[in-house]
Design a protein around this ligand. Structure first.
Ligand code: NAP
Length: 310
């Protein structure tokens, strides 16, 4: 039996792993894909204290994993499908294996929200993308659109402008949500244009994305944009927020609007079960707050184990 099983290998989970393992707890980190969480899709980390210039989300989180492992944390790949968290021994069932633990840290993060418009699913990977870092280079010298007005949309539009011929940020209001410094970079970028008060209505093409139908939310007017003959396709990068990954434990853990309710000690409504990172209700979702949550959760998991099991 593990002392701590951490579900999720993003910054919150990896930091929980580091603190738990360094505290000599038998620690397992379970991740269903590659470690790193959402930040692995960020090409350059600028606002994490002490970040090295040019450090990407994936390189930083790979180092976090190695650091946790160096203290004895074990990482496995598995997709969790069932949990029995109420008892003293927490039971977790994955597609590959079953696990038992004295405490559990839920660090499952969040996934990109879809626009839910016709054609979005059909053209995913054929012009529709949710990750500039992953797919930006495929759009070298092509016309592209970034949907959303938050930090992610505006920051990633800047990154995309390094490859694309043109980047149009399409926002449903007439004012960006992104931080002022991020906005300034976009306003000063010659390759970036803006379409205000506009949403995507439909995405069309033949194999590849060739046509986007936009709608002005104030006037109802439609604008149809077609890829030029020469280009043959164009790109849409969707950054309209994220949805917390809490579906698998929604019947056990108290949630609000899909986010876990946890206190300052990262304790959930179930004894011995903690939350950390973007899946919980919190005022600021950043790398620095995710790692902080992970540390707090691990320290409190240790206190819980000392209290209940010794
Ligand atoms: P976000 O802040 O939730 O912004 C989502 C954007 O998408 C908003 O502009 C929203 O419009 C728009 N939107 C939502 N649903 C839409 C829909 N169905 N159709 C069209 N537009 C839609 O998400 P985010 O930018 O991914 O950021 C998530 C968190 O990560 C935030 O806390 C952010 O500060 C943080 N983050 C920080 C950094 C950084 O500090 N460098 C970088 C990336 C992310 P409205 O504005 O009208 O609501």
């Amino acid at each position: 039996m593990y002392d701590v099983v951490i579900i999720g290998g993003g910054p919150a989970g990896l930091t929980a792993g580091l603190y738990a393992a360094r505290g000599k707890l038998k620690t397992l980190i379970i991740e269903k894909e590659m470690v790193g969480g959402q930040i692995k899709n960020t090409s350059e980390i600028a606002n994490y204290p002490g970040a090295i210039e040019g450090d990407s989300g994936s390189s930083l989180t790979m180092r976090m994993l190695e650091q946790a492992k160096s203290f004895g944390a074990i990482k496995v790949n598995d997709d969790i499908i069932e949990m029995d968290l109420e008892g003293k021994v927490k039971k977790i069932k994955g597609k590959n294996d079953e696990y038992e633990a004295k405490s559990v840290i839920l660090a499952t993060g969040a996934n990109p929200r879809l626009m839910n418009v016709p054609g979005e699913e059909e053209f995913a990977g054929k012009g529709v993308s949710y990750c500039v870092t992953c797919d930006g280079p495929f759009f070298q010298d092509l016309e592209t659109f970034v949907i959303g007005g938050g930090d992610s949309a505006v920051e990633e539009a800047g990154q995309l402008s390094k490859f694309a011929k043109k980047v149009t940020i399409v926002h449903r209001r007439d004012e960006l949500r992104a931080a002022k410094s991020i906005q300034e970079d976009a306003f000063n970028n010659e390759k970036i244009e803006f379409m205000w008060d506009t949403v995507v209505k439909e995405i069309k093409g033949e194999g590849l994305l060739k046509t986007i139908v936009f709608e002005n939310v104030k006037t109802g007017e439609e604008t149809v944009v077609n890829a030029s003959e020469e280009d043959g396709m164009m790109g849409i990068f969707v950054y309209v927020g994220f949805i917390p990954s809490t579906e698998i434990f929604k019947d056990h853990i108290e949630l609000e609007n899909g986010y876990i309710k946890a206190n300052e000690n990262m304790e959930t409504n179930i004894d011995g079960v903690f939350a950390a990172g973007d899946n919980r209700i919190k005022p600021l979702r950043q790398l620095v707050t995710a790692t902080s949550d992970g540390a707090v959760a691990a320290i409190n998991a240790e206190k819980y184990i000392n209290r209940i099991w010794k």
